[in-house]
Design a protein around this ligand. Structure first.
Ligand code: ZN
Length: 163
């Protein structure tokens, strides 16, 4: 495993604005990518990371909101319900946090590393993380949707809940 460099909006926005491609085959390179992304996310104290944030335009996401690692390959949101407003941050936008409106509940259909299709039922903070990361796969950044920026006390360099 290895740490990957996280692209920042300030200097690498064009790369972060591209649409990522579907994964056609889950091979050893893809498994290495998944491992590296998880390691990079934990090292950066983030709760989610999308492959385009490490410069790989593939539809791959890792999330851990404190309930264990979730790996999503070719994730699609197939159901949304309700809404919530939470404060988000992003590992690609260090030093900023803002309020964003997201669905309260989502169901995400994806493949796991064994190439099995599964559905993830997510609500609350996990639903936020899913939406935030899947947006990255389409070149969208949470700052596009910010209602209001906020100053967080005790926030680390990357914000307290950076994705
Ligand atoms: Zn992000």
């Amino acid at each position: 495993m290895a740490l990957r460099n996280i692209l920042k909006v300030e200097t690498e926005e064009p790369a972060l604005r591209k649409r990522s491609r579907e994964v056609a085959m889950i091979d050893s390179r893809l498994l290495t990518l998944l491992d590296d992304m998880a390691e990079t996310m934990y090292a950066a104290q983030g709760v989610g990371l999308a492959a385009p944030q490490v410069g790989v335009l593939k539809r791959v996401v890792v999330i851990d909101v404190g309930e264990g690692l979730i790996e999503l390959i070719n994730p699609v949101i197939v159901y949304c319900k309700g809404e919530q407003i939470n404060i988000e941050g992003c590992l690609s936008v260090p030093g900023k946090n803002g309020k964003v409106k997201r669905p309260e509940k989502v169901i995400v259909r994806a493949r796991n590393r064994k190439n099995e299709v599964f559905e993830l039922k997510a609500e609350g903070w996990l639903a936020v993380a899913c939406c935030h990361e899947i947006d990255h796969l389409d070149g969208k950044i949470y700052t596009d949707k910010v209602i209001e920026y906020v100053e967080l006390e005790n926030s680390n360099q990357n914000g307290s809940e950076a994705k």
